[in-house]
Structure formats: C-alpha cells, structure tokens
Ligand binder design. Structure first.
Ligand SMILES: Cc1ncc(COP(=O)(O)O)c(C=O)c1O
Length: 479
C-alpha cells in the first residue's frame, strides 16, 4: 500500500467506522457463534502472495463481525463501560502514525511531557491533593498504565519494596525472604479479582476484609484483622481500597481506612477503575474523600471518560517510591536529561519497557469536550441508570439489590436464585440486550450497567420491555 492508496483507504475506513457506530444497534449485541467458529472461515496458513484490500474488508463482515460482541451498542449493559469517542479515535490514529516507544524523555520528549501534564490536568479535574500533582513543589505525579490490574500490581510491588527496606533498616539481621514470608496485603472481599492476582504475582499473602451491609469495608473491620495478624507475628504492609466495586459499585470507607493505613505504615492504594471518572463532578467528589491518605490512586478513563482503551491513570504521592522499586539502568537506555528533576523516564513506573503515546487521546478528548462536556456525559449516564432503577422498582416481581449511585443497577427477580439465573439465560440467548451477573451475599444478581456513549432513554425503555416480556413468558411457562 503506497501513500496514495493509504489516503483513499483511510477515508474509506473512517466512513466504515462511522457507519458501523451509527448502525451498531441494528446488529445483535451478542454474537451467535460457537467456540472455534473462526478457524474454519479463514485459511490455515498466511498467504504467500499479497491479497487485495477489498477482499480483506469483505472478510471483515464475513469473518469478524459475526463474532464480535458489540460493546458500543446501546443495548450492551454488561461489565462496565468501555469508553469511546471520535476525538480519542483520531488521536489514537495519530499516536499510531507517530509510532514512538516513549519509555524515556529522550525516546520521545513530547510523549513523556504531554503525559505528565495530562495527568496533572486530570488530577486537577478530580481535585486531587497537590501532593499527587507533578507540576507543583510536591514529589508526586501521574502515569498512564495499560490497565487497573497493572496499576494495582505496580503499587503492590512498590509497597513490598518499601516495607522490606524499612524493616531491614531497623532489623539488618532479617533476610528479605524472612520478611517477605510475613508480609500481608489486604483488600475487600468485594475487590476486583485483579487485586488478589497481584498478590499471587508479587508472592505475598493476601487477606480479604469482610464488607458491611452496603458492600464497603469499614475501618473497624480492617483494624480488627490487623491487630490479630500483628499478634500472630505477621507484617501488614498494603491495603487496596475500592471506590466503586465491580459487583455493585460500592465504596470502601476510605476516610476511616486511610488514617489506619498511615498509622500502621501500610501503603494504601485506591482502585476506582470505574467510578473514578465520576469524581470530576462536584456532586460525586465527596466519595473520593480519604484520597489524601493514599499513597497511590488509579482509575480508568478508558472505562467512563470517553478515552478509548487503553488508558488507566495512576497517581502516586512520592514518585521515588515507585521509581526506586523498579529502577534498571542499562547503558543503552540512559540519556543526558534523566537527572533533570522532572519526570523523564516512565519506564521506571511500569512493568513493560515499551509504551505508546496514549496521552494524545486524553489531550484531544479533554480539549474537544471540555470539563463540562465530560461532566455532562457522566451525569447523563447516571440519569439513565436512575431511569432503569425506577422501572425495576415499579414492577413488584423484581427487587433492587444495591444502592444505585452511578451508572450501575443491580437487580433480581424476587424468590430463588434459580429464577434470575433462568432469566439471564433467556436474555443472553435472545441477543437483543447483553448483561452479566454478580453475586451479592448469597444472591444471584443481574448487573445492568449503562455502557455505550450512544445509549438513550428509548434504549433503556426497550431493554426493560424486553426483560419484562421474557420474564412474563418464563413465569407463565413455569405455571
Ligand atoms: C474495581 C475494578 N478494578 C479493576 C478492574 C480491572 O480493570 P482492568 O481491566 O483495567 O485491569 C475492574 C474492571 O472492571 C474493576 O471494576
């Protein structure tokens, strides 16, 4: 493909993408294929001779689209939202064209510097404490990770390193292996599975803290566990709080938990993967109170802030605690500006070396929407969730299972779990709308998350009509 053809095909691709997104609601949101469906549709070997572009595009409809779950359909209500906007897509295209691997300032100064400033912009939108902002006298700053899972892992590894150094400083006779065997990380029983996974990778013990009746962890509960564990000779070193849990969008009590973590010299990381975006709205910002006690804070603009995947923003109060944990300095990565006192080498903040120019997406989106436009997006989606909640509440066959705070509604059919399980099976099979379940206490619960940017009231009304129709059919059939 030469430049002339690229220009032509590029314009065609923009049209294809625009048509796809404009009409995505007409496609079944959940694909009707069986595992292994794709292998039989394409050759077993890569082609020897070049093929025609038109043939590839024909195959996109023949091979790919039948197996796509359409996350940007307004009938997609599963998991949490995956952000999508046109400015982000265009910026991503530019990032791909620049194609730099910006692991250090020298590897692409704009890539490093724009990221630092975008994290400051976003940090200020969230009204984060100044300690987290790089462009101040503070020692903190932000970085883009690929995912919240990586942010949690990085924070846990940094905390592990800090704890070992602190303990060895006052007990030089203690071996690292001895200390590691006693370190304990804590998180809520409602935390995302990535937190426990981080502990498996980091090779440290993890304990789950029971949540209260609203599925948030209280300070007293953590305190009780810490006292017991310390009495047993263990060393608590890390707590991951969740703001907006995956099952029900519940909130840990960070204003109680933060002081405990600080007192115990434990690293507090806050995982607000989904809910974090909403904190740019003053009415939701109080839910972030307690962040002043945290060592690190993370959320995913790629979930709810119109910046396409991947873009998981993480801030630390003391960047040295991250950099100091992972620093490797081979000669080929060194450059003459790395001691400038500014953030120059994001390679020290993450697991991989390579990194894309992801801050371009933030820059385009923030400028094209403005803070107000982003707030409007969040508020509209919360309103849609409230609309769905009212529909559920008006039907006495159903119950709401958790407080609806943001864009997620947890609901179920009253009665046995089997009923809701059966209903979900029917919903999934219908392919008209898509949602996934969760477990709250012993109850099987359906999660209805407002996801696509294009979701409107008429989609919510249609989705509810569909759910009630399937419910009536199912209940009639059972009688
Ligand atoms: C609270 C929470 N933490 C972490 C994650 C994992 O996110 P990621 O895919 O960015 O690792 C999720 C995913 O939905 C989540 O809800």
């Amino acid at each position: 493909m030469d430049t002339a053809e690229f220009r032509r095909r590029g314009k065609e691709m923009v049209d294809y993408v625009a048509d796809y997104l404009d009409n995505v609601e007409q496609r079944p949101v959940y694909p009707d294929v069986e595992p292994g469906y794709l292998r039989s549709l394409i050759p077993a070997e890569a082609p020897l001779e070049p093929e025609k572009y038109d043939d590839i595009m024909t195959d996109v409809e023949r091979v790919i689209m039948p197996g796509v779950t359409h996350w940007h359909s307004p009938y997609f209500y599963a998991y949490f939202a995956a952000a999508s906007s046109y400015p982000a897509m265009l910026a991503d295209m530019l990032s791909t064209a620049i194609g730099c691997i910006g692991f250090s300032w020298a590897a692409s100064p704009a890539c490093t510097e724009l990221e630092t400033v975008m994290l400051d912009w976003l940090g200020k939108m969230l009204n984060l404490p100044e300690d987290f902002i790089a462009g101040t006298e503070g020692q903190g700053g932000g970085v883009i990770q690929g995912t919240a899972s990586e942010a949690t892992l990085v924070s846990m590894l940094a905390a592990r390193c800090k704890a070992v150094r602190r303990i060895q400083a006052s007990n030089p006779e203690k071996s690292e292996a001895d200390i590691l065997s006693k370190l304990v990380a804590y998180t809520s029983e409602q935390a995302h599975s990535s937190v426990e996974r981080a502990s498996l990778i980091a090779g440290v013990m993890m304990k789950k803290v029971p949540a209260d009746n609203n599925y948030g962890v209280e300070g007293a509960m953590l305190k009780r566990m810490l006292e017991q564990d310390k009495a047993d000779g263990l060393i608590p070193f890390y707590f991951c709080a969740t703001l907006g849990t995956t099952p029900s969008c519940a909130f840990d009590h960070t204003t109680e938990l933060g002081p405990i973590c600080n007192e115990e010299q434990m690293w507090m990381h806050i995982d607000a993967a989904y809910a974090g975006s909403a904190f740019i709205c003053p009415e939701f910002r109080p839910l972030l109170n307690g962040v002043e006690f945290a060592d690190s804070f993370n959320f995913n603009p790629h979930k709810w802030l119109l910046v396409n995947f991947d873009c998981s923003t993480m801030w630390v109060k003391k960047r040295e605690s991250i950099i100091g944990a992972f620093k490797m300095e081979p000669l080929y990565l060194k450059h003459e500006n790395q001691e400038s006192g500014l953030i120059t080498d994001y390679r020290h903040w993450q697991i991989p070396l390579g990194r894309r120019f992801r801050s371009l997406k933030m820059w385009f989106v923030f400028r094209m929407y403005g803070l107000q436009g982003l707030q409007d997006h969040i508020r509209k989606q919360v309103d849609l969730a409230k609309e769905f909640e009212s529909l559920v509440r008006a039907d006495s066959r159903f119950e709401i299972c958790a407080k609806v705070v943001m864009g997620l509604v947890c609901f179920r059919l009253k009665g046995s779990n089997g009923l809701s399980e059966l209903l979900l099976k029917r919903i999934t099979k219908s392919r008209e709308i898509h949602l996934v379940p969760c477990q709250l206490s012993t109850r099987f619960v359906l999660r209805f998350a407002i996801c696509a940017r294009s979701t409107e009231s008429r989609h919510i009304q249609h989705a509810w009509k569909h759910i009630t129709k399937l419910t009536s059919e199912m209940l009639e059939y059972r009688h």
